[in-house]
Design a protein around this ligand. Structure first.
Ligand SMILES: [Fe+2]
Length: 254
């Protein structure tokens, strides 16, 4: 029996599992298949995070929540017990604050945490200023797939600096495993050795490629790092997202 199965929960905080909302799952059938893959690999909870990009057609919060409920109901009918929560992966843009005020973006399960991504080529200065702005208006940013940005790969201490500001760090399971190349794997493990990563996400997009399978990643984590830290990044740290102390938005907001 693999050790990760001893965990009561494994939470995937970054997953494009809702059907036909972005470049993730294409339809309900693929979503159900993704849920089966996730469940088999030990994932118990998924925060669904469709892309939100300014200037693109983004699903409204209402549509996203409706889709989430439909999927959760279908999962129940199919005997799948994975629990789903609403979120977005926001591509940072200058009118972020206005979009938040207008209720266009789903925070992580109505907490004050928001999953944020940037262009991989973005400068550290821009990322820093953006995170400063997000924190300044009362939200807690989680940097999506921190290993994807050139400015971090060049100097991992940039991430250390973001952490001191209050930014949390998510890394992809596939990068822990080495699916995205040796350099990225080395970088991610340096983050893990220095206890800089806060969450693991699958960033899954489908049931054939980029699938929500976290098992190999879990094995590597338990082999290399102490159980307490591994439990935190797979489960413990995400509890404040699944059970937020302070919620944002109206009661119907997921
Ligand atoms: Fe993503």
């Amino acid at each position: 029996m693999v050790k990760e199965m001893d965990l009561e929960r494994i939470v995937d905080i970054h997953c494009h599992i809702l059907p036909a909302l972005d470049d993730g799952s294409r339809n309900l059938q693929e979503t159900v298949e993704m849920l089966r893959i996730a469940e088999r690999s030990g994932i118990t909870d998924i925060i669904a995070t469709p892309h939100y990009k300014a200037g693109r057609h983004n699903a409204s919060r209402g549509t996203l929540l409706k889709r989430l409920h439909e999927v959760q109901e279908e999962a129940g009918r199919q005997g799948i017990s994975v629990r789903l929560y609403a979120g977005n992966e926001v591509y940072y843009f200058s009118d972020f604050e206005q979009a938040m005020d207008a209720g266009q973006i789903c925070t992580m399960n109505r907490s004050r945490y928001v999953l944020i991504e940037f262009s991989p080529a973005e400068t550290f200065r821009t990322i820093h200023n953006a995170m400063d702005q997000v924190l300044g208006i009362g939200y807690y940013p989680i940097l999506a797939h921190a290993e994807r940005y050139g400015c971090m790969l060049e100097d991992w201490k940039n991430l250390d600096y973001l952490k001191t500001m209050g930014v949390e760090i998510q890394v992809n399971a596939s990068s822990v495993e080495g699916q995205t190349g040796h350099k990225v794997k080395k970088f991610v493990h340096r983050l893990l050795e220095n206890r800089l990563a806060d969450y693991i996400g699958t960033d899954a997009h489908g049931s054939v490629q980029r699938i929500p399978d976290i098992q190999k990643c879990c094995r590597q984590l338990f082999k290399k790092y102490d159980d307490t830290y591994v439990e935190k990044i797979l489960c413990g740290n995400a509890m404040k997202l699944l059970f937020p102390q302070e919620t944002w938005g109206n009661a119907d907001a997921g």
